[in-house]
Write a protein that binds this ligand. Sequence first.
Ligand SMILES: Nc1ncnc2c1ncn2[C@@H]1O[C@H](COP(=O)(O)OP(=O)(O)O)[C@@H](O)[C@H]1O
Ligand SMILES: [Mg+2]
Length: 327
Amino acid sequence: MKIAVVTDKSKMEFLPTEESLREDMQKQSTATDVQKILSKKYECIHLTFTDNIIQTLKKEKVDLVFNLCNGINGNSKLAQLPAVLEFANIPYTGSSILGHALAINKIYSSHIFKCHDIPTPDFIYVYDTDELYDYDIEFPVLVKPCDEGSSRGIHQDSLVFEFDSLVKKVKSELNIYNPPIMVCEYIEGREFSVGIVGNDDEMIILPIQEVDLTHIPDDLKKFYSFEIKMHYKDSTVYHCPAPLDEDLEFLMKSISARAYNALSLQDYARVDIRLKDGIPYVLEINSLPGLMKEHSALYRMANSCDLGYEGLILKIVDCAIKRHDIQ
Ligand SMILES: Nc1ncnc2c1ncn2[C@@H]1O[C@H](COP(=O)(O)OP(=O)(O)O)[C@@H](O)[C@H]1O
Ligand SMILES: [Mg+2]
């Protein structure tokens, strides 16, 4: 069996920022480690998602793509490589076009969670600041873009306590990010991530990770904002497995599994949760969560149980092989 690990073109060439440079480096390093692991068991090559990807995959006689493409551009960019591969009938790891398209947009995914009685923060969304006057908003609220990741657009001033600051923040977000902008009920509480690997009855829920922000300087607000993810990694403490009583752990895992199924996700994902008054609120699901060695939540989760990092990568491939019934 021949596997191709496929990554995006350089984001730096498209948008030269420090953020893009960091993203390129993370992707490159993840691809190298994934390829190293898969090469022990399979023939494995690394390709870039370019215009001629179908021809290259066919020429190389690739049986399965290990998808590491977040996409560069567009409002459903995570779904782009799956769409191309599905058109060419080439099997790939992870979620399908549908799953990625639903998960990338927090408005659509939150609506679906609510339909399934999965706790998620209440929210409104606006295309213009004038629309804010139509709502009776209870503060504090958290302002965020609907289709970004890695806390882009979720800065310290995203947590707002009164109307004038809300108008100001929404206006600045509308200038930068895809409309509409979300204004969410702020869930004050402990923060967790739940990793899922597998499908149907063979789904494994990994040990839960808690993101502990208590050591972050006092002048910063305690939510996982862009500033904290970028500049306070050293004072962010991850507990994995998280200290949780058995009932709460069970509840968090079952809500996460329901959220994963509600969006028709496949093979693996990571659910971000905040806990308030004993209720785990699902903030979002990452349908293509980071797999970077030593730095990603899934790495920590897999390493705190028998699966291990290698086991995690091989398990993702096994799930895809089984789904596609590859011989
Ligand atoms: N409704 C909310 N209540 C409290 N904190 C929130 C809320 N939404 C987002 N956050 C905080 O912002 C962080 C990033 O938000 P998230 O929705 O996970 O976006 P991203 O895709 O950028 O990770 C979360 O980890 C959490 O700390
Ligand atoms: Mg998140």
